[in-house]
Design a protein around this ligand. Structure first.
Ligand code: ATP
Ligand code: MG
Length: 459
């Protein structure tokens, strides 16, 4: 069962108040108990202070007769206060029976809590014992004044009940108020959710209004708007991408249709038809190439990882790629230098494909007779592969977008038949399939494009 935030907060407030009330009620109760005990003690001390000197002063049994009457008079009918004089000589004793086996030496201050026989169900008596030294004919006495603790206990119990009641009432009120406050406080969340629900479908430009929101929700709304902006970008890219695919396929298709129509309209001999079929095959292969690249990119974007891994020397693999591209380099009399080497576990087929794309680009844009540099640098579990060539500087606006599909910086050559603007996106896909990333910079007359790969070897 899902509990709403308002209910959850109300419950937490109630629990907090329960804790606070329990602690303060316990403290209050124990402080009241202590002051009631002190009060009883003071009363006992007061009575002793009046009677002790009288008892100490006289030793005649005749005086004791009068004293007994006086003590009887001081004992109220409800026996809330009692007196005992404990002594072996009955001429000097007073009061009823005391519990057997009471050890009066147990407490030095003479304070005891006694459950008297016949009062089992009631509260105990608090008694204070003082020893009156022997004098003349009179032996040593133990004079005890007792005070019934029932009224004090009743006061304490009554106070405890009131404390429990007020605490329960307080907790209930706080829970109710807490619920109301939380609901009121969560108003902006509800408004935000209504706003998000009312965003019209199909309008990717719509954003949440963050101005009127409290600080805590502003962050959430800004993140949500960020997600919307990313969706919009993705949506625009997808739309642009569809247009690009259509455009890239339209040119070879138009060529194929045109050439086939011309061939059908005029009679052609076998040789001419063979030439036509050969040229059509090239167009078809190019179209097939685009479709295959698209499928490869789609696979990488859906999170496909490199699987055909082998432990290789990057220098050796890069040399093989350069060797394979020798004809491309030869045209502009370019040479390639490879720096660095390390052994890594990667998909070599994908590595060749990426590096070949970068070297082909470099060869296309390099100054004739210049040197193309391939650098292999290791950073812990990562290796960085970069290809650098001397060439025209690339504007930063383009640099950031060159790895996008079909994006080309040079508009003049943009729609060339041979190049579709997919090479760098494939480099990016290969990097992501190896847990790496791509980078590009253009400085001091050199343009550098590269990618990183995570060494896929098990740690
Ligand atoms: N070394 C480089 N120097 C200058 N510009 C470059 C370099 N490499 C890439 N570019 C720019 O980046 C664009 C995209 O490159 P990418 O490899 O993705 O596509 P392409 O080479 O045009 O086509 P494809 O690789 O599909 O044959 C190029 O069109 C070019 O404008
Ligand atoms: Mg390319």
């Amino acid at each position: 069962m899902k509990i709403s935030i308002a209910k959850r907060l109300a419950l937490m407030f109630a629990l907090a108040v329960l804790l606070i009330m329990s602690i303060s009620a316990t403290l209050l109760r124990s402080s009241l108990k202590q002051s009631l005990d002190e009060q009883m003690q003071n009363e006992l001390v007061l009575r002793h202070s009046v009677l002790d000197p009288v008892l100490a002063k006289y030793d005649s049994p005749t005086f004791w007769v009068g004293l007994r009457q006086k003590l009887d008079g001081l004992t109220p009918a409800d026996e809330r206060v009692r007196y005992w004089i404990l002594v072996d000589n009955p001429a000097f004793s007073y009061g009823g029976p005391m519990p057997d086996g009471q050890d009066w030496s147990k407490r030095a201050d003479g304070l005891f809590s006694l459950q008297l026989p016949g009062r089992e169900r009631e509260c105990p008596m608090m008694v204070l014992l003082k020893t009156i030294p022997a004098m003349g004919n009179r032996p040593e006495l133990r004079f005890i004044v007792g005070l019934d603790s029932t009224p004090f206990r009743k006061t304490l119990n009554h106070f405890t009940k009131i404390l429990i009641l007020t605490s329960a009432l307080g907790i209930g009120l706080v829970a109710l108020l807490g619920y109301w406050i939380a609901r009121f406080g969560l108003g902006p969340v509800r408004r935000l959710s209504r706003q998000a629900n009312s965003l019209p479908p199909g309008d990717s430009k719509q954003r949440l209004d963050t101005e009127a929101l409290p600080a805590e929700l502003q962050e959430l709304a800004v993140s949500f708007n960020g997600a919307l902006a990313r969706q919009e970008t993705a949506w625009c890219q997808l739309e642009g991408f569809n247009a690009n695919v259509a455009h890239e396929l339209r040119t070879p298709l138009t060529n194929l249709i045109g050439q086939t129509q011309v061939a059908l309209a005029h009679g052609r001999d076998v040789g001419e038809l063979q030439d036509l079929l050969q040229s059509n095959l090239e167009e078809l292969e190019r179209m097939g190439g685009i479709v295959n690249d698209m499928l490869f990119l789609a696979g990488a974007e859906s999170g496909q990882r490199a699987t055909e891994l082998s432990d290789v020397s990057l220098y050796e693999e890069a040399s093989k790629t350069v060797e394979y591209l020798e004809p491309v380099l030869h045209d502009k009399q370019l040479s390639v230098e490879i720096h660095g080497d390390m052994r890594v576990c990667i998909d070599r087929r994908l590595f060749h494909r990426s590096l070949a794309n970068l070297i082909q680009n470099a060869a296309r844009y390099a100054v004739p007779t210049s040197i193309i540099t391939v650098s292999l640098v290791s950073h812990g579990m990562q290796v960085e592969v970069s290809v650098s060539n001397a060439g025209e500087p690339i504007d930063t606006v383009h640099l950031e977008r060159l790895f996008e599909r079909f994006y080309r910086a040079d508009a003049a050559r943009a729609r060339s038949d041979a190049h579709h603007g997919l090479g760098l996106s494939i480099v990016r896909a290969v990097a992501s399939m190896h847990g790496g990333r791509v980078f590009a910079h253009s400085e001091n007359g050199f343009n550098t494009f590269g990618f990183s790969l995570m060494n896929q070897a098990a740690p």
